[in-house]
Design a binder for this molecule. Structure first.
Ligand code: GDP
Length: 297
């Protein structure tokens, strides 16, 4: 992830080598490279444009109050770093926990995005880092393989998995929450059905689950490898659900990074976690500061 973006940005920063100070003209040249690097990384074009405008403003501001000890290159890098953190954060978002009763986390996403795996990763994180007692609910009622996949993961983690044959998805979820309350589970993770594409039936189903279970968190799981499509599907889901956040999976892959950079700005949804591998422990809390640092190499 970000390999090519990092390289391209470092090319932009190289322009400032030997420059004594930031000037309107060297800033413009640097910005042209930054814009190209972002578009190349599949960043949404409006996001790239606004980003460049913000960096320009910041760099010009810095040029005026320049400390002679700081090189032009360092000033320009600092401006890009600052705006990257603003773009992806600036505050890092967290899960919202219920004040009383079990916290309900609805997980939605397209098939193959990594939803079921991520439900299990989240359950593990809640057990190991937050001493919680989660219950996983298998609500993809049309796909027995998905229910079995969650059961296997639950056994591995020693986390209970709730499912009832013959019920619709919203009924399974509602009963799952009641079951958690009865059994003393303090978090319920609803693994809803995925589809290959966003369609009305899927949206109606997830919206009905949300209506019946009043989730504290409504999280969309998106595959970072799908670039701008990840952003588009987040927009579509957000138009039907009140998403509280996004988890970007396959961050260990060689995607160009556009989804990570565009998501928050385009959808207004913060990124909560990053899936960084196939193993159950491969889930990191999202940190705009850390990702910005990684982009800048
Ligand atoms: P679902 O259809 O959305 O429930 O997707 P699954 O949970 O079944 O995951 C689909 C595939 O993506 C599986 O092969 C997972 O192992 C893989 N996967 C999920 N998350 C990640 C991740 O963060 N990194 C990598 N490399 N693979 C992942």
């Amino acid at each position: 992830m970000f390999q090519s973006l990092t390289q391209r940005l470092s090319g932009a920063f190289d322009r400032f080598r030997g420059e004594k100070e930031l000037t309107e003209s060297n800033i413009e040249e640097g910005l042209r490279d930054v814009r190209r690097a972002l578009l190349d990384a599949d960043v949404h074009f409006q996001v790239a444009k606004d980003f460049v405008d913000s960096v320009r403003e910041r760099a010009l501001g810095q040029a005026k109050i320049a400390d002679k000890g700081v090189s032009a290159s360092d000033q320009f890098v600092a401006a890009v770093h600052h705006e990257l953190v603003e773009l992806m954060g600036p505050e890092d978002a967290r899960l919202q926990m219920a004040k009383s009763g079990p916290t309900v986390i609805l997980m939605a996403g397209l098939q193959g995005a990594g939803k079921t795996t991520t439900c299990a990763k989240l359950a593990r994180l809640l057990v190991t880092k937050h001493a919680k007692r989660p219950l996983l609910v298998a609500a993809d009622v049309k796909r027995p393989a998905a229910v079995e996949q969650l059961r296997v993961l639950g056994r591995k983690l020693n986390v209970p998995v709730f499912h009832q044959e013959g019920l619709g998805p919203a009924d399974v979820c509602e009963r799952g929450v009641a079951h958690a309350r009865a059994q003393g589970n303090d978090v319920v993770i609803l693994d809803t059905a995925g589809r290959l594409h966003v369609d009305d039936e899927l949206m109606d189903e997830v919206a009905e689950i949300a209506r019946r279970t009043s989730p504290d968190d409504q999280i969309l799981v998106v595959d970072s490898m799908t670039g701008q499509d990840a952003v588009r599907s987040a927009q579509e889901f957000h138009s039907r659900l009140s998403l509280t956040g996004v988890i970007l999976t396959k961050f260990d892959g060689d995607a160009r990074g556009g989804a990570a950079l565009s998501l928050k700005k385009v959808t207004g949804c913060p990124i909560l976690f990053l899936g960084t591998g196939e193993k159950i422990e491969d889930l990191d809390a999202f940190s705009a500061e850390r990702v910005a640092g990684r982009i800048l190499g």
